[in-house]
Design a protein around this ligand. Structure first.
Ligand code: 13P
Length: 292
């Protein structure tokens, strides 16, 4: 079933687990996330970045909606890192049930103004909004964006930001970056800072850059308000590493129905493990929501 982010994450937040938000840039990844969620009886979020919708085109969302609505487990379709009001309106028109307005690169007041505008628009049609305060880091190879230097979220500013904008969820910068970390980079999750934000902000928090972090830190973050974890790199690597191996073993093969299943299976196994780690496995039964 298809729900909005506010309804999906309220249950996670109250029950102290996090829902994985996985970037689906083609139909194989939709199959990966839906199959893993059904096998684990877990809620899940299917997210699409502006770069990804440009790749797959708007028509793709009808397919994602169909796959999510037919399933018995709860799903959200979410815009990852919307940068403009055009990204927001395009996603609402396409049938997403949640959007992110990422104006985190702008000064505080301007970030608030743009995010509030997105909230006013999206809430009219029951679509949830994620805002971002502070900036997430970026590693080579990821096309998700972010900055070279992380700008950590300030807990007092976060409280003002949430109150003034009316957002449903807040993405926080607490040490993670998009992509794989170089060996020299400190990427520890700053749990103390997260605890302070969680004390001041009473809405579900979002952790971006969920790949390549130690499991123990992820478990700790989930205890302190993180109810949504974005994950792209680990899933895509599981898929493409297996696809490369399959292609190497079968140099003359070209049929997708021969090449894709092993890669899909590898990514499903990865996503299932993440659902266990995030604590969302077996939590679908907590939802008694109608479709929006
Ligand atoms: P990773 O690629 O590090 O998993 O980050 C994904 C993400 O945060 C998308 O917004």
């Amino acid at each position: 079933m298809l729900v909005n982010m506010r309804d999906l994450l309220q249950v996670a937040y109250e029950n102290k687990f996090a829902v994985g938000s996985f970037n689906v840039a083609n139909s194989e990844f939709v199959k990966v996330v839906v199959s893993a969620a059904e096998e684990q009886k877990s809620p899940a979020i299917l997210q699409i970045h502006p770069n990804e919708i440009n790749l797959v085109t708007d028509e793709f969302v009808a397919y994602v909606r169909e796959a999510a609505s037919k399933s018995k487990v709860p799903f959200v379709i979410h815009l990852d890192h919307g940068a403009t009001i055009e990204d927001i309106t395009r996603s609402i028109r396409n049938g997403y049930t949640s959007v992110m307005m990422d104006a985190s690169h702008l000064p505080f007041e301007e970030n608030m103004t743009l995010t509030k505008k997105a909230v006013e628009l999206a809430h009219i049609v029951g679509v949830s909004v994620e805002g971002e305060l502070g900036t997430i880091g970026s590693n080579e190879g990821s096309s998700e964006g972010g900055t070279d230097e992380i700008l950590y979220t300030d807990p007092d500013e976060a409280a003002i930001f949430v109150e003034k904008t009316g957002i449903d969820t807040l993405a926080v910068a607490v040490g993670t970056s998009h992509g794989l970390y170089p060996k020299t980079k400190d990427h520890s999750i700053k749990i103390d800072r997260l605890m302070k934000i969680n004390e001041k902000v009473k809405i579900p928090l979002v952790l971006h850059g969920g790949s390549d972090n130690p499991d123990e830190e992820i478990r700790e973050a989930v205890k302190h308000g993180i109810a949504k974890i974005n994950l792209s790199t680990d899933m895509k690597r599981a898929f493409y590493n297996q696809l490369r191996a399959t292609l190497d073993e079968n140099p003359d093969a070209y049929e997708p129905d021969l090449l894709m299943p092993e890669a899909t299976k590898a990514a499903i196994e990865l996503v299932k493990k993440k659902m266990d780690l995030f604590g969302s496995t077996d939590k679908a039964s907590l939802y008694k929501l109608g479709e929006i």
